[in-house]
Design a protein around this ligand. Structure first.
Ligand SMILES: C[S@@+](CC[C@H](N)C(=O)[O-])C[C@H]1O[C@@H](n2cnc3c(N)ncnc32)[C@H](O)[C@@H]1O
Length: 261
């Protein structure tokens, strides 16, 4: 099935305008194969028919399904583990006993938020910490809320933590323990639009999300994180992401860890 340049451009523009994801020319093959999943599911014949269908769907449902297939949701428990060591050694001692709002922005299927809850529960009184996990994709939020993961996803987690915080849900699946799930609220949120959130937050993790945005969207997002963080609050980015060095309102205190001045 052929994806014509004009059809690619239409999808590219719609997605960028809605959520800031930058589907540059190098993403044509990815867009083609992922949108083809929708085309097959709907029993349509080609991209032109699909775009027509998308235009006519006044419910907006198909557009959300398109966003679901075009987001990249790769994640894992304790991904980029240096951050969790940093949290244990530097962040938790400072927030222990305080009322804390902690946001995993672009949380995908929830492994990042679960890893945070585990490390919090292992090291401080967890009662005062409220974790929020948000993502633009409905599919991943559904999985995060269920809290059931394939057994192989816990491969890198220590046996001690598995026995404390994971329950066998079936032969090849684990469910996250109730006390961890209760600490996290998940919801759908588009980082590019208005945030129905009350700050201030003490910790924001937005890791491996900004790589999909262009520089302008990244800078806008960092400015909005700054607004909603308390002074001294932490912003974690992915290891290949950074804040422009000209931005003097954050101090870079460890790889991909920033502190609001
Ligand atoms: C690669 S995952 C990163 C997951 C996790 N933060 C980690 O580092 O393991 C990127 C996530 O960002 C989400 N995302 C992309 N654009 C978004 C937007 N505009 N608003 C909210 N989430 C977005 C995607 O749906 C995807 O689940």
């Amino acid at each position: 099935m052929n994806l014509k340049p004009a059809e690619f451009k239409k999808i590219q523009t719609k997605i960028y305008d809605y959520c800031g994801i930058n589907l540059h020319e190098g993403k044509q093959a990815l867009v083609r194969s992922r949108v083809m999943k929708r085309i097959r599911k709907l029993g349509l014949q080609n991209f032109a028919h699909y775009l027509d269908y998308l235009e006519r769907d006044s419910s907006g449902e198909e557009f959300l399904a398109l966003v679901d297939v075009l987001t990249t949701n790769k994640t894992s428990f304790f991904r980029e583990n240096q951050h969790f060591k940093f949290i244990r050694d530097n962040v938790l001692p400072q927030i222990n006993g305080r009322q804390v709002k902690w946001w995993s922005a672009g949380c995908s299927t929830g492994e990042e938020a679960v890893s945070c809850s585990i490390i919090i529960r292992e090291n401080i009184n967890p009662k005062s910490v409220k974790l929020l996990g948000t993502d633009i994709s409905r599919d991943v939020i559904k999985t995060a809320k269920r809290g059931v993961y394939p057994a192989k996803s816990v491969d890198g987690v220590s046996p001690k933590l598995i026995s404390k915080y994971f329950r066998k849900a079936s032969e090849d699946q684990y469910q996250i323990a109730e006390n961890i799930r209760k600490m996290i609220t998940y919801g759908r949120l588009n980082l590019k639009k208005k945030w129905p959130l009350n700050g201030p937050f003490q910790v924001i993790m937005c890791r491996n999300v900004m790589i999909y945005f262009n520089r302008e969207t990244q800078q806008e997002l960092v400015a909005r994180f700054r607004e909603i963080l308390e002074p001294g609050g932490y912003l974690f980015l992915g290891h290949s992401e950074s804040i422009a060095s000209a931005d003097r309102s954050f101090e870079n205190i460890s790889p991909a860890v920033y502190r609001k001045k």
